[in-house]
Design a protein around this ligand. Structure first.
Ligand SMILES: Cc1cc2nc3c(=O)[nH]c(=O)nc-3n(C[C@H](O)[C@H](O)[C@H](O)COP(=O)(O)OP(=O)(O)OC[C@H]3O[C@@H](n4cnc5c(N)ncnc54)[C@H](O)[C@@H]3O)c2cc1C
Length: 466
């Protein structure tokens, strides 16, 4: 372990205090433990950070990296720490580089349709700031009230609006990155089009802090849609639900959101946050359309017609902002609601081509039943990206073993349906054991060469992805 090279821990804390000031360095056991967790609840008390630091500018990050590089100390970048795959757990100890104090929206440029932000900006704060200029930043992980730009670039996070607008990767134009040895680089320009050389920007997007540390991002914004409409369409069968999705799309309608909640999700959310969801239906689709007011009525009517043609049992339309909000809260509560069922929730993130969604969902249900796991299935059906939320007690060795077996079978199922392990949550240390089955060996070799080039000493977030 790299951490065994860490002989002089006191020197490390002292050096960090010299770079950042005492107020920006934490070193007690409890503080180090707290910042060594994420949303997976799998922190091993023996694998925690040696120090947690809060840089306030790029120069400080560069100095920290220079020190870490010279002394072979692992560095794990952390924004809000909400990822679901163990992506920022300090498996080999070292420095947690926490970005909550680098949280400035530096600029919003209405004419160029871009913004420049630091990694600690909360996604919802950026959306609100853009809204004031009548602009829109669409990537919206369901926990956008807490998750941050740095982490969402680190994972190329998606969310409900990905179906129409794309995920984080589609909005990153240029990055300021501190490399493993402390060198500061800018990967591209502020231009919306730039093919001057290799696309280094996209190499860092989704790299989970294993290639470099993002200290600034130029992101694309789009004009805010003038209006939107929201509905929940219920179905008695998954087949009909999926047919309705395909029909809507083949009728040349691109909803801004088309998300699925299965019966267990409807029941669990309704008991947690009663809002009148129909709990006896097999599934519901949350459908949102956006655009010019004048075009929405026609699309709205057409979607309702298509859903009824595909045997929708009931359609709940939102006619006020409050009704819209209620539907959205139900959808966004699915993780929190599932967390009421057991001490832990594990969310998986497999993705398949959309036409394989029905066998995927049926297969997930079968696997979870086989291993006696309580599971609420939801996700971005338009993208073929499904999230089984599995409620269990990870302290119980039988449940944990059952979950591990189910996870492997779930990955095998996704691959057998031409899909893959993760659509938006990343690999971290939770799925890395399976990556050699999901990525062809020549590509895996290239990825490992890239890692070596950017991080020759293996200090950047070791133990992740591979
Ligand atoms: C309730 C809930 C709902 C969620 N819903 C969604 C969803 O709908 N869609 C979705 O895609 N995800 C979702 N997630 C997963 C996750 O929250 C998001 O991916 C989120 O965007 C991660 O942001 P974060 O700030 O918490 O990142 P972190 O967890 O702090 O970091 C994520 C990764 O990025 C790296 N990183 C962080 N900062 C930097 C930096 N400055 N430079 C380089 N690398 C960095 C980290 O090392 C780590 O590998 C959800 C999670 C929860 C708990």
């Amino acid at each position: 372990m790299i951490n065994t090279l860490l002989k002089h821990k006191n020197n490390l804390v002292k050096s960090m205090e010299e770079i950042l000031g005492e107020a920006n360095v934490l070193s007690s056991y409890d503080e180090r433990y707290i910042y060594s967790t994420d949303s997976t609840n799998i922190t091993n008390p023996e694998e925690i950070a040696d120090v947690v630091v809060f840089p306030v500018n790029t120069l400080q990050v560069s100095k920290i990296m220079k020190y870490a590089y010279a002394n072979n100390i692992p560095v794990v970048a952390r924004s809000a720490g909400t990822n679901l795959c163990g992506a920022c757990l300090p498996k080999h100890g070292g420095i947690i580089l926490n970005f909550t104090k680098m949280n400035k929206i530096i600029n919003i440029n209405k004419n160029n349709l871009i913004c420049i932000v630091e990694p600690g900006v909360i996604i919802e704060d950026l959306q609100k700031a853009a809204d004031a200029y009548n602009l829109f930043y669409p990537p919206d992980p369901s926990n956008l009230k807490v998750s941050m730009i740095g982490g969402s670039i680190g994972l190329s996070s998606g969310g409900p609006h990905t179906f129409k607008y794309g995920s984080t990767k589609d909005f990153v134009i240029d990055l300021e990155v501190v490399l493993a040895d402390g060198t500061i680089v800018n990967t591209a320009s502020e231009c919306s089009k730039d093919v001057t050389g290799y696309n280094l920007t996209q190499l860092f997007v989704g790299s989970e802090g294993t290639l470099g540390i993002i200290t600034k991002a130029v992101l694309k914004l789009i004009p805010k849609p003038e209006s939107k409409r929201v509905m929940l369409a219920y179905f008695d069968s998954l087949d009909d639900t999926s047919k309705a999705v395909n029909d809507i799309i083949s009728n040349l309608i691109t909803p801004s959101v088309i998300d699925l909640m299965d019966k267990n999700t409807l029941q669990t959310v309704e008991s947690f946050y009663p809002s009148g969801l129909l709990t006896d239906k097999a599934a519901a689709l949350l459908i949102e359309i956006d655009g010019f007011k004048s075009t929405l009525d026609e699309q709205y009517k057409k979607i309702i017609e298509i859903c009824y043609k595909n045997k929708s049992a009931y359609i709940q339309t939102a006619n006020t902002k409050e009704e819209e909000e209620r539907i959205w809260i139900s959808r966004r509560s699915s993780f929190g609601a599932t967390a009421k069922l057991a001490p832990n929730v594990v969310t998986e993130d497999v993705v398949v081509p959309r036409e394989n969604i029905v066998p995927l969902v049926i297969g997930i249900r079968k696997i979870c039943n086989k291993y006696n796991l309580k599971t609420c299935i939801m996700g971005h059906i338009g993208d073929g990206n499904i999230h089984p939320n599995i409620a269990l007690d990870l302290r119980n060795p039988i449940e944990r073993k059952n979950f591990e077996n189910a996870k492997t079978e779930l990955f095998e199922l996704a691959l057998s349906l031409n899909g893959t392990l993760s659509g938006e949550h990343g690999i971290g240390c939770e799925k890395s054991y399976f990556i050699n089955k999901a990525v062809e060996s020549n590509c895996l070799f290239l990825m490992k060469q890239i890692k070596k080039l950017f991080d020759p000493k293996g200090i950047l977030n070791p133990g992740k992805i591979f």
